[in-house]
Design a protein around this ligand. Structure first.
Ligand code: C2O
Ligand code: CU
Length: 548
């Protein structure tokens, strides 16, 4: 195994990812940042210099379990203090499993300012994937807002509440195209559709070849459909695990998920084709994102001769649920599932109001981050730094709760308390969706677990029935993932083993939802965590450990 050393500097720079110039956080001048390419078992060392001048930073390695290095997870408030302007922080961790992963900022709503990228981990020499392809490419999908993350965050915490609204654009590998004629900023040059930074993403293929396309989504809000005009895609990997292959025309991807699909360039080679992303799951005004699937040797900028496919209906929930149900573990790579669990936690999500502002709550608790990172507080017994009463495993009155109406009790409490899991036990999590504060509205939430992969043992419509539904769990060949959607008015059941000493966030990957309190934190095996590096300290009550 190798040590791969990176030197990164993050900075604010003016960029025009969708032709509209704004301040973007770059890594070494780029957004998306550099792709980390490594082999299973390698050690990654990143010396991250914070060049933001007046803003802290932290980077999370999404999908990397951080076994033995919980302090390198990059979750501000959970596993580390933020990295101060001018400081350099060293992340050092092992990529222990081949697959497709992501990285992104994990401080405030900073991720959507452009600080993100992808991680590709290859198999060890001599091992093969259970599928064949000629070339391997990765593409990150995103959505894009023109307003700064500060403006958005301020709106979300004001009274009256100001929602972030629909994204202005969808980006494919950091490129989108906003229609500048719709803004007054075209005259000033702030919006300029001839800027080469916003020329469309081009995916060049050689006729007859098969491509492994690694698709990841780091949208702030949007659930996406991804398609390549006229081409089928075979899904073969999800969040680093091999999938029993299935074919789709369009792939639904939620924020925080990664997939590998195989695409063969087997259509008329004399022309190009559209690559289309479309926002689904909420009614929206965001225009579709476009790229070009370019058959060599046609000119890469030549527009396809056809009208781009318009994509699925935004409200076709069944199609999305069906894709979720289709994802099973590849038959030769099943990780045996524990057949029983030791603890069941039902996480009911509701929208609520606290002091007049709108929040998301889990079991009536809206999550806030503590000022002293849990990892340090728990390891060093600074228990006064966060609330000690744990949140409930099931909300009071769950049996009677009607998920089809707006929450009858709109009040919730904010808390920074966490769930403490007994080391090495098996835990079931039921994500239970419900109606929001608006009538006839339930949203899709992609939940991401740090430090683990979990088995996705079941999805269901309506309210989870604790005596009947577990009988229908898939305990034979469920896929393991780190991010999973809970569909509107439905539930999703996950199982994992609490065997990774540390403190791990579990939250909705929609940036504004987590900011509004949609998350929880798990602690397990804290006593097994070895000496914490002092580099993660310096804020809140951890200052006592820093020698003057
Ligand atoms: Cu990719 Cu806690 O997030
Ligand atoms: Cu959400």
């Amino acid at each position: 195994a190798k040590i791969r050393h990176y030197r990164w500097e993050v900075k604010y720079e003016f960029k025009s990812p969708d032709c509209y110039r704004k301040l973007v956080i770059t890594i070494n001048g780029k957004s998306p940042g550099p792709t980390i390419r490594a082999q299973q078992g390698d050690t990654i060392v990143i010396d991250l210099k914070n060049g933001l001048l007046t803003e802290n930073v932290a980077i999370h390695w999404h999908g990397i379990r951080q076994i033995g290095t919980p302090w390198a997870d990059g979750t501000e408030g959970v596993t580390q203090c933020p990295v101060l302007p001018g400081d350099t922080f060293r992340y050092k961790f092992v990529v222990d499993r081949a697959g497709t992963y992501l990285y992104h900022a994990h401080y405030g709503m900073q991720r959507e300012a452009g600080l993100y990228g992808s991680i590709q981990v290859a198999l060890p020499d001599g091992e093969n994937e259970p599928f064949v392809y000629d070339y391997d490419r990765s593409v990150i999908l995103n959505d894009w807002y023109h307003r700064s993350t500060y403006e958005q965050a301020a709106g979300l915490s004001s009274v009256p509440f100001v929602w972030v609204g629909d994204p202005q654009s969808l980006l494919i590998e950091g490129r989108g195209r906003f229609n500048c004629s719709r803004t007054p900023d075209v005259a000033s040059g702030v919006c300029n559709m001839t800027n080469p930074e916003c020329s469309p993403y081009v995916f060049t293929v050689v006729p007859g070849k098969t491509y492994r396309l690694r698709i990841g989504s780091l949208t702030a809000l949007a659930a996406l459909s991804f398609e390549i005009e006229g081409h089928n895609m075979t899904v073969v990997e999800a969040d680093g695990h091999y999938v029993e292959p299935f074919v789709v025309k369009n792939l639904y991807v939620y924020s925080g998920e990664t997939y590998s699909v195989l695409v063969t360039a087997n259509q008329d080679p004399t022309r190009n084709y559209w690559v289309v992303t479309k926002m689904v799951s909420r009614n929206n005004t965001t225009p579709n994102g476009f790229g070009i699937f370019n058959y060599y040797p046609n000119h890469p900028r030549r527009s396809p001769p056809t009208v781009p496919p318009s994509g699925p209906w935004w409200n076709d929930v069944d199609a999305r649920v069906n894709q979720s149900l289709a994802i099973k573990s590849h038959r030769d790579y099943v990780h045996p599932v524990p057949q029983t669990s030791d603890r069941v936690i039902i996480l009911l999500n509701t929208q609520n109001r606290i002091n007049g502002s709108v929040k998301w709550s889990i079991n009536n608790v809206s999550f806030t981050l503590p000022h002293t990172p849990y990892l340090v507080s728990l390891k060093h017994d600074l228990l006064h730094t966060f609330e000690q009463t744990p949140p409930p495993d099931v909300i009071n009155g769950y049996e009677a709760y009607d998920i089809n109406i707006a929450p009858p009790n709109v009040n919730a409490t904010s808390s920074n308390s966490l769930y403490r899991l007994k080391f090495n036990t098996t835990v079931d999590i039921i994500l239970q969706n419900a109606n929001t504060l608006n009538v006839n509205n339930s949203e899709t939430h992609p939940w991401h677990l740090h430090g683990h992969d979990f088995w996705v043992v079941g999805y269901g419509d309506g309210k989870f029935n604790a005596s009947e539904d577990p009988k229908r769990y898939n305990l034979v060949n469920p896929i393991m993932k780190n991010t999973v959607p809970v569909h509107p008015y439905g539930w999703t059941a996950l199982r994992f083993v609490a065997d990774n000493p540390g403190v791990w966030a579990f939250h909705c990957h929609i940036e504004s939802h987590f900011y509004m309190g949609m998350g929880v934190v798990f602690e397990e095996g804290i006593e097994k965590v070895t000496k914490l590096p002092s580099s993660i300290m310096g804020c809140g009550d951890t200052r006592r450990f820093i020698k003057p």
